[in-house]
Design a protein around this ligand. Sequence first.
Ligand code: NAD
Ligand code: DAU
Length: 355
Amino acid sequence: MIFVTGGAGFIGSNFVLDWLAQSDEGIVNVDKLTYAGNLDNLASLRGDQRHRFVRGDICDGGALLALLEQHRPRAIVHFAAESHVDRSIHGPAEFIATNVNGTFALLEAARAYWNGLTGEEESGFRFVHISTDEVYGTLGDNDAPFTETTAYAPNSPYSASKAASDHLVRAYFHTYGLPTVTTNCSNNYGPWQFPEKLIPLVMANALAGKPLPIYGDGGQIRDWLYVSDHCAAVRRALEAGRPGQVYNVGGWNEMKNIDVVRALCDILDQVAPKAGGSYAKQITFVPDRPGHDRRYAVDASKIERELGWKPIETFETGIRKTVQWYLDHQDWVADVQSGAYLSWVEQNYANREGN
Ligand code: NAD
Ligand code: DAU
């Protein structure tokens, strides 16, 4: 079996569902169930013996080692993290605790477990670390996309904490020989994404008749990847990634934020038209995110060349599926917009009156 951390979050739950749709190899899924973790995402697995959920904190090294020794996985796939840049600006401490100290605790537990393996169990073991393109910092309009050798230059507490975790993973390969593989991926979107991130937030606000907040001038560029494509890349990295290597993962799809939001509004106008005209009328420019990176772009040619992975979905196909998913899962959206969500919206947007 494999050992997954953060498998009740957005990407982790997509990964668990995709994995068990394609394989009978079991999963132990360790997740703290922070505000971002949600077992409803995994409701279709209730009663499925292949999925064992354990509520746990990756900072608890002793508990992690006990779980590893109990379940004896052939691999660890590490998604658990605090993942939202805006939250890292308001409260960086949790990001250091989970992303840095938690990854360290997990590496230590993995090292102790792996040291006890022999033969093929030892040589076949993998620690796959899921990271982000944000560790590379920001690009100018004419700069080449990030490659695996681009120097790290993280600019937010979130990206700095992810960069620190990447460095620890690298060090555990070089120092101890732990067979690690790191993936650095661009912006994901798709089912089960918590509505604090741009695409699900805009969907939720659009349908609720609320402003669609665009930070700054909306000219920031992100590369967008449909989440199931990311999950496939992680599976390939686990199957065939070379220990010690890093693979950038991206959709070859750079877009300005304002164009992403307009595209969403266009699709909503088609599939859920409302009286009074286009959803685009709700677009509202608000004060910028502090330290906002201007442009990310990912060169994903290494993973295509070495592991044969490339995205299947285009932005056009992926965003249509995503819009339809959110329309079909309004109950899920309503459930996650709990009291804690409302206080986050108040904290992040109260002093961002529209321009
Ligand atoms: P998410 O915030 O939706 O989910 C994170 C999950 O980790 C949640 O289920 C949460 O409960 C769990 N968690 C948090 N702290 C924990 C702890 N201390 N112990 C155990 N579990 C804990 O995040 P996501 O968007 O699914 O991102 C998953 C991973 O992918 C992260 O490492 C993130 O940095 C990386 N990533 C995300 C994106 C993206 O666009 N979302 C892109 C590239 C990389
Ligand atoms: O690049 C990969 C990263 O993508 C991941 O590592 C992070 O975990 C993930 O959260 C995401 O980070 P971003 O900061 O790019 O995602 P977010 O959805 O928060 O914002 C996307 C862009 O939209 C960004 O330029 C900020 C902008 N934005 C965001 C929100 C929430 C707005 O203009 N308005 C908003 O209300």
